[in-house]
Design a protein around this ligand. Structure first.
Ligand code: PGU
Length: 424
């Protein structure tokens, strides 16, 4: 085909043409993601009995993804509203969504909101909110070390390191008790340099399902404030731990009440089932309204070159539901039903193992909260269960309780029983 570009603009004639080696020939094959890769492996397995307990995504008793009725209703309203357009949102996202999101996490009567000390920006779900917050801190905060719990969600260290923060860990989980290592946590935070950032899971800690009690949160707060450690809350499961949105935000509200500063990343992936819509928010609570205004101006400089502005659809769904009293109420009922089904799965699995006489104390299955059970199964036992029983889960022994149903529990109990008794 004749070229319309003058010859002198085309550069030297290619020597190897389309048959030469790729300029990317040295790129090495990367491993699959430890969590999302479990779904990739699951999808490849032709077995009819396979079960995916890897990713934290809610499934119905029939094993199907769930779109909440209230979400369907909100979407219908949006579609029927002919006045809606697809213009760009502002860099900070949908204003209504931001205001309502701040109220959801900090409480409707939060003095910090009334005093305009909070800036909230719409971001790409929980992950995007964490990343924008981390990029802001790396540029504008004097202390670039962030302490994350051990263990934590696998993506945390990558998000923070790539944003330019130095990642360190604090003790959190005690495998011996399958509970909180509260003493270790206090010791590690006491030894952290003054001003360091501390990542806290607001509720339903992932992967352990172990949360501090209210009294322990209060002690953590006192210690952190006395050392001027900066809290960065990750709230990916508000409403999923207890089934109550306010109860699950208690930890965050405790830190806001003392007038101190903090960051909070919110996700609507789980509690509204909006996983693929990528809708979330980052809030920064500041000491004064003046500081909050300046902070917001800098958040815009973080977001603009990254993705310019966030998508409109998911945030519109959330805003529609949060601002309508009746739809909000319907949401809380559907949310509670999801949380209750997960709790019921915990009881059924616990009972199934007890009935089989599986060696060991399995009470942690009913004590832990949120989407996951941290079973205590080791890597070999997990590999055995995947190979022999087609049960897919992360290699750290975490199972997503939301992926279970009354039908699949006997199969899982058989697999755990054999793994425990035959594989060490
Ligand atoms: N923070 C925590 C503690 C999480 O567990 C997750 C999701 C996120 C943030 C990010 O959620 P967004 O979807 O960006 O809002 N963790 C799930 C989902 C799969 C994944 O790894 O992203 C999980 O299975 O751990």
């Amino acid at each position: 085909m004749a070229s319309t570009i003058p010859d002198e603009m085309l550069g030297p004639a290619p020597t190897s043409g389309s048959h030469g080696p790729s300029v990317f020939a040295d790129v090495v094959q990367a491993p699959e993601d430890p969590i999302l890769g479990v779904t990739v492996a699951y999808n490849k397995d032709p077995s009819p009995v396979k079960v995916n307990l890897g990713v934290g995504a809610y499934r119905t008793e029939e094993g199907k993804p769930l779109v909440l009725n209230v979400v369907r209703r909100a979407e219908q309203m949006l579609v029927n509203d002919g006045s809606r357009v697809k213009e760009y949102l502002p860099i900070t996202g949908l204003a209504d969504f931001n205001k309502l999101s701040a109220k959801l996490i900090f409480g409707v009567d939060s003095p910090a909101i009334q005093e305009k000390r909070v800036t909230t920006v719409q971001c790409l779900s929980g992950t995007g909110s964490l990343r924008v917050g981390a990029e802001f801190l790396a540029r504008h905060y004097h202390q670039r070390t962030i302490y994350i719990p051990l263990p934590t969600w696998g993506n945390h260290p990558k998000v923070f390191a790539l944003a330019g923060l130095f990642v360190k860990t604090y003790r959190y989980y005690d495998p011996a008790t399958r509970g909180l290592n509260f003493q270790g946590l206090l010791e590690d935070l006491s030894a952290a340099p003054s001003g360091a950032i501390v990542l806290l899971h607001a509720c339903a800690h992932n992967p352990t399902g172990v949360d501090p009690t209210f009294e322990q949160w209060e002690q953590i707060r006192q210690l952190m404030r006395s050392k001027t450690l900066l809290p960065f809350f990750d709230s990916a499961y508000q409403g999923f731990a207890s089934g109550n949105l306010d109860a699950d935000a208690q930890s965050v509200r405790l830190f806001v009440e003392d007038g101190g500063e903090l960051l909070a990343a919110q996700s609507y992936a789980k509690n509204m089932g909006l996983y693929g819509e990528r809708v979330g928010a980052l809030s920064i609570v500041c000491k004064t309204a003046d500081v909050a205004t300046k902070v917001e101006s800098q958040l815009k400089l973080v977001i603009r070159p990254m993705y310019s502005s966030p998508p409109i659809h998911g945030a519109s769904i959330v805003a529609t539901i949060l601002k309508d009293r009746e739809m909000y109420h319907e949401w809380t009922i559907e949310l509670k039903a999801m949380a209750d089904r997960i709790i019921s799965m915990r009881h059924q699995l616990f009972e199934a193992l007890r009935a089989k006489g599986t060696p060991g104390d399995w009470t942690h299955i009913i004590k832990q909260i949120g989407m996951f059970t941290f079973t205590g199964l080791n890597t070999e036992q997990v590999a055995f269960m995947t190979k022999e029983y087609h049960i897919y889960m992360t290699s750290d022994g975490r199972i997503s309780m939301a992926g279970l149903s009354s039908k699949t529990i006997p199969h899982l109990a058989d697999a755990i029983h054999e793994a425990i008794t035959c594989v060490n």
